[in-house]
Design a binder for this molecule. Structure first.
Ligand code: PSU
Ligand code: MN
Length: 303
């Protein structure tokens, strides 16, 4: 489907699945263009897609290619995002510009959610969402977009580089439920736990789907379904790497959309790639959980 005016193109398998009410899983693409190093980024993207397909769910990685909003990518297109050359990172405030100016962009959770939401794709998987950075001056657009888009976002919590208590408080204030999948504690992306108690926990997908349907009936925000990584960094290793990364960012004066990629890259350096391995595994695991959730939601709808 191509609409010149809207510069939107859905892959055939995605538009067919949507038309027939079969489950579709949205995948963000900023982790490919800006989150992980090459070639782990490409392999992770392909593994996440395969995970969804093996569960009978159509993966729809969302990105902007030459100014066209694309929903569902093939290998060559993922390769292009992964190579990083001439690829920008687009959040919500960039969306109009990257399309009008014919740019190529990996989309953040916020931008991906905005697009998926408009198309009626209700489940999105990512590694970790953005949130409030320490110091309070930088807050990700992810939070505000979650606040007004009815979707399920499966992740391993907010990224460990954030002020987690503040991010959780903001999610509460914005009316975005954070639900532990088999956990009582907020996972912290690279770490299995943050020490922060979650308001709610579910242990099966039927209950998760029920919770979401009820939530969306009364409110139009996203629900975060969170699960910890199974190969987390130790708290000490993470704390040390994080402190170093933050001081490097301060020294280099990095800010704005560069900050998250900069911190992730420094942490990868400091942990000799162990953080990359955690990130890779949790992205694939989250795609798997999200795909099973998408199936459960589609079944319940059909009932
Ligand atoms: N998850 C990952 N790696 C990433 C991201 C998420 O495992 O790189 C990206 C997401 O796209 C998220 C973004 O929306 O980082 C947050 O960026 P910012 O803080 O600039 O909003
Ligand atoms: Mn930011």
């Amino acid at each position: 489907v191509t609409s010149n005016q809207l510069a939107l193109r859905l892959r055939d398998d995605v538009s067919q699945a949507l038309a027939e009410g079969r489950p579709v899983l949205a995948l963000e693409s900023a982790f490919v263009s800006h989150g992980l190093p090459f070639p782990v980024n490409r392999e992770t993207a392909l593994a996440a897609q395969n995970e969804a397909r093996s569960l009978g769910v159509v993966p729809a990685m969302i990105a902007v290619l030459d100014g066209v909003v694309r929903v569902g990518l093939d290998e060559a297109e993922i390769e292009r995002l992964a190579s990083g050359r001439g690829v920008v990172k687009a959040s919500c405030w960039d969306l109009g510009a990257v399309t009008a100016l014919r740019q190529t962009a990996g989309t953040t959770v916020a931008a991906t959610l905005a697009i998926a939401g408009r198309l009626g794709i209700r489940v999105l998987a990512t590694g970790g969402i953005g949130g409030a950075h320490p110091g309070g001056r930088d807050v990700s657009a992810d939070l505000w977009t979650l606040a007004h888009t009815p979707a399920a976002v499966v992740c391993s919590g907010p990224k460990a580089i954030l002020d987690l208590p503040q991010t959780l408080e903001m999610l509460e204030g914005l009316g975005v439920p954070v639900v532990g999948y088999g956990t009582d504690e907020l996972p912290a992306f690279f770490a299995a736990s943050s020490g922060l108690a979650l308001p709610w926990r579910v242990d099966d997908l039927d209950t998760a789907a029920q919770l979401m349907r009820s939530h969306w009936h009364w409110h139009s925000s996203s629900v975060l379904l969170v699960q910890p990584p199974d190969n987390a960094l130790s708290p000490e290793e993470l704390r040390e790497a994080l402190q170093w990364a933050e001081s490097e960012a301060r020294l280099a004066g990095v800010r704005g959309r560069e900050l998250t990629p900069f911190l992730l890259a420094r942490i990868a350096e400091r942990t000799q790639g162990r953080s990359v391995e955690v990130n890779r595994r949790l992205l694939v695991a989250n795609a798997g959980l999200a795909a099973r959730l998408a199936k459960t939601l589609a079944q319940r709808k059909a009932e």
